[in-house]
Design a protein. Structure first.
Length: 408
């Protein structure tokens, strides 16, 4: 199978065409060509001595949403192929064809088309900021300027893999308690709406005063039965509104990030993961030759926490006026003393990127330990909460039966 592409005028929209035909020797051949129309494909193939028998425009099926994992995998594949000496355009073709997600294939083909028209790789990536952030593009740009694009892509792939691993660990630590509590709420609601009313009809025939806990549970059950059609939409709507506000509102992000850092159980985990991502990002940028002030542009957002993003802006402002990185970080009061000391040693020895990488390795290991400790702590807490909740309802509903037994 052959693949070719036609030169196009700026602004002309291209598509991929699959073609079949016969060459000068009468041999059946087929391939693909990117062009602005099938007439151009036919004309180009005729010049090559190919008699076209079939041309079909290829359409990309709508695929799944492009996630960080997809971009990370693409970066690793591209880095591997460039280190192996595969030309850039051919590498994009190979990765695009082999990807299971059609959305990623379309994205890579669009980037490839931009490169074919003369754009540099980092300029092509900058047209898709939703998938390639400034940090990604800055590192690619540094690699292109220094002539070490393959090495920078390899470093970038390693960086994204480590950041993705940290995110995955935090999500796994939070998913279990949230899922269990959600199931607990559903079970409680089912008991309140269907089980408690059955007990209530039985107790009404006793003709005796019911214990206080039983009356409380029955009152809650009556509320659920009467207003369930409002309770459930209100709860799910509130959760959705809260998450959307957290994602879109800067004030909400700042408020919640501060709360998370001060949380008694999760605060330490969030702080360690933010520092790990901050130091890993700065180490990667600095090792790539990006100037420190420029590198700090991308570091704050990569930390994933508004408090550290705001602190990074202050650090950047101080460094731009000639203050050392160590003193600038110390003035923010958000970095542990160990981090500041390691940065100070790195500045004095001229190995800042190496020291930052060691700090990132240390805090990534700390995140692993914190996730394991959190999992071992949360499991018994959830069992206790669910036990008290469900057990309390059971005891409250059986108290009248015990009381009746004592009377008999």
């Amino acid at each position: 199978m052959a693949t070719a592409s036609l030169a196009r005028r700026p602004g002309t929209k291209e598509a991929m065409f699959a073609w079949e035909g016969k060459d000068r020797n009468g041999k059946n051949v087929r391939g693909e060509m990117r062009a602005a129309g099938d007439a151009l494909v036919n004309a180009s193939l005729r010049k090559q001595g190919i008699l076209v028998t079939k041309i079909k425009k290829q359409t990309f099926k709508s695929g799944k949403k492009i996630k960080d994992k997809d971009v990370t995998l693409f970066t690793r594949q591209l880095a591997t192929m460039m280190k192996a000496g595969v030309p850039l355009l051919q590498a994009f073709d190979i990765v695009g064809r082999g990807h299971a997600n059609a959305s990623v294939s379309k994205l890579l083909n669009d980037v490839r088309s931009d490169i074919e028209t003369g754009s540099s790789l980092n300029q092509a990536f900058r047209k898709y900021p939703l998938y390639f952030d400034p940090l990604f593009c800055n590192l690619v740009s540094a690699g292109e300027q220094a002539g070490i694009l393959d090495s920078l892509l390899d470093r970038l792939a390693t960086y994204k893999e480590k950041i993705l691993a940290i995110k995955g660990k935090i999500k796994s630590a939070l998913f279990y308690p949230v899922a269990v509590l959600a199931v607990g709420f559903i079970v409680t609601a089912v008991i309140m709406i269907f089980v408690i009313p059955a007990f209530k009809s039985v107790f009404s025939s006793f003709g005796a005063d019911l214990p206080g806990p039983t009356l409380v549970v029955m009152a809650i059950s009556d509320f659920f039965v009467a207003w369930w059609w409002i309770i459930f939409p209100a709860i799910f709507g509130s959760i959705y509104f809260f998450l959307q506000s957290w994602r879109r509102s800067v004030k909400m992000q700042a408020f919640m990030d501060r709360i998370l850092l001060q949380a008694p159980i999760f605060g330490d985990l969030v702080r360690k993961s933010s520092i790990a991502r901050w130091t890993r990002t700065l180490a990667t940028m600095f090792a790539a030759g990006v100037p420190l002030v420029e590198a700090l542009d991308s570091v704050g957002g990569a930390s994933g926490n508004w408090v550290y993003a705001d602190a990074t802006k202050k650090v950047q402002g101080d460094v731009a006026t000639g203050v050392s990185l160590t003193n600038a970080m110390q003035n923010t009061n958000v970095f542990p003393n160990m981090v500041i000391q390691m940065v100070s040693i790195g500045e004095e020895s001229g190995s800042l990127d190496g020291m930052l990488s060691k700090v990132a390795d240390f805090f990534e290991a700390e995140v692993d330990d914190a996730v394991d400790a959190l999992a071992s702590l949360i499991e018994p807490l959830i069992i206790v909460v669910l036990g008290v909740l469900v057990g309390g309802m059971v005891v409250a509903m059986y108290l009248p039966i015990f009381k009746l037994g004592q009377v008999v």
